[in-house]
Design a protein around this ligand. Sequence first.
Ligand code: KIV
Length: 282
Amino acid sequence: MQKRTTVPDIMAAKGKRKLTELTAYDYPTALWVDQSGIDMALVGDSLAMVVLGHEDTLSVGMPEMIHHTRAVSRGAQRSLVIADMPFMSYQASLEQALINAGLLLKEGRAQAVKLEGGCRVAPQIRAMVDAGIPVQGHLGLTPQSSAQFGGFKVQGKTAEAAKVLIDDALALTEAGCFSIVLEAIPASIAARITEAIPIPTIGIGAGPHCDGQVLVVHDVLGLYERFTPKFVKQYAKLGDPIRQALARYREEVENGTFPGPEHTFSIDAGEMSKLDTTRGKK
Ligand code: KIV
């Protein structure tokens, strides 16, 4: 068995090699992510949209996140498993944030958690790190705050907003994050942040200068067909072959070609005639 990627491995990669992160939500996607040599498997709260069919990420809670994190942890043997903290699992109080982060490690078997926000969540991050829980930060277009942003909009487009992002990145570094996801911000601002902090930045719609990249695995594979953000590169369109395979199954059941002899079990002819004799006696 290969050695698991650790938080120190991720931190040590800065400036040496590009890091890779993909979401995973269940055992098979975790196996694929792991077997593809991806450094980090993120059980994102995008689960709400791409797996559970909700409109946004606000509808998942701790029970769903723990349930899916456990499944991913069973599949990912080598990738570092990071569990997203769902909306309102860390905002209300330090104590609740700490308990919920602990549950994702204790029950979900994740190695780290991720949460959204800048300076305002720095105390929660500090408390988690002090308790031995590694934290990945998330800045820019943080989907849990999309109502506040007025939708899924690119962030950091004015000098003032960019300055807030840089200050937030410094605050998260100071609070003890081991890496920060930068989502949907201008590439030049992501480059500034990447230069300014000693921990890796992981971009999603943040250009090529980040220390690594993350995408939603259903976007990469073409499995989420409702919409595709501009920053996504689709490496496959699996929806079509899946529909074709399922339609062939339906046709073959309907026309009687499935199951064939190769999918069918038989009984010895002698046993069959004994059964007929036994039944005849009754
Ligand atoms: O939930 C998620 O999938 C994420 C990634 C987009 C970074 O937070």
